[in-house]
Design a protein around this ligand. Sequence first.
Ligand SMILES: [Zn+2]
Length: 489
Amino acid sequence: MSEHDLNYTELGFKAGLEIHQQLDTHKLFCNCLSELVNSEPEFEIKRKLHAIAGETGDIDIAVRFEAGKDREFTYQGYSQNTCLVELDESPPEMINLEALKITLQVALLLNCEVFPVTQIMRKTVIDGSNTSGFQRTVLIARNGFVETKHGRVGIDTVALEEDAARIVENDKDKNKVVYRLDRLGIPLIEIATAPDIKNPEQIKGVALHIGDILRACRVKRGIGTIRQDINISVKGHPRIEIKGFQEPRMMVVTAEKEIQRQLANIKNKKLDKEVRKANPDGTTSFLRPMPGAARMYPETDLPLLNISRDLINGIKANLPKLRSDIKEELKGHGLNDEMINLIVSENKLDELKELIQINSDSNLIAKMLVLWPKEISIKEKISLDEINKKLTLDVLETILQALNNKKIQKHDIQNILLDIVKSKSVSEAIKLEKQSNEELEKLENEIKRVIKEKPGLNINAYMGLIMAKFKGKVSGKEVIEMLGRYVKG
Ligand SMILES: [Zn+2]
């Protein structure tokens, strides 16, 4: 049976997503930079960790699994991204307000209810990825939703947590793990959907939609800055968590394969909740048992976190626009898809809206903002950054006003931009184009005059007459082009 023949409703397919995204601020509970470093570490410390009981008095099954390994951990650090907080030798500082605000933006874009008062918690972690043996996490909002074309999917919770240290070496024979502390404490937003997802395609749809929301806010970009896990099961099989997706496209294939695996599993053996890892080919492999609930207890070093109505209202009033909404808006201005994608990826929406007030030719403005600067950059080998510094909003406004006042023509603008990038002032560049326009006008009048005076000559004869008259002042190419408009052959 092929996976495409499966009826997911009949199978009792259930899936939810858990997304972790790093935020682009300093660390969550200290002032260190949120930057990963690949040079030699400035210092190293060694620790051993032991399992401790959670608030229910039990040692969690996942915790016991890790503690049973009795490993020694080495931690590497750098002064710019590691302080006593990462080393667990100093209590945490107050939560990073910027990170909290970004989390509130995301929560509101996900239609969630924000908790007015919330408690920062410690989540037991004993794989050594946290020097303290726990990860701090705080619930910020709940009960939201996203709309997809397969229907609405609930958002159970939005939390703000600290990222863990990253493994740089794992020597299983020597029972030795080396972690780097640069990543420990980077703010992570954790979004957990309800298990409302009805089929593999919808998993991808939800992931893309949430990704759109995250990108509209101040989050880190690039590989490793977002981690997406899927919880998935069919009727009769315990929930399985699959970790480590890099791109939503693979979610469909992996979910289809996982359902096949579970269906075979139901007939065969004892069934356990477990955490599995997503492989690049869409298959999964066992990672560890599923953690239970005995993992959380309050962070007593920090007070309750109050999230005021004023703070929420301020953020609500300035919510960022989603890419999908921006694209719709740009379509309304009559731009084609290529231009829309350029405007969005170069982040030029505000400039476009500003300039449309001066001249309503949205395609011309889009070219001035994104297309021609790119062409100049490639042709002249000047970085886009340098070009954008010179082609400021003021400069572009001046050019459009010159166009409105008929001082220049539309086809002059590309040259004017180039002149400005090559360090002419905007008024000089406009004047130059105006002069060359006036000269061309003179040339055109002369051509018309000669043709009227001596009709019926061939194009080469006219060419000779004109070039003699304008010796050295015009290019042969221009004369030929212009003659072509008046003389056939
Ligand atoms: Zn620090």
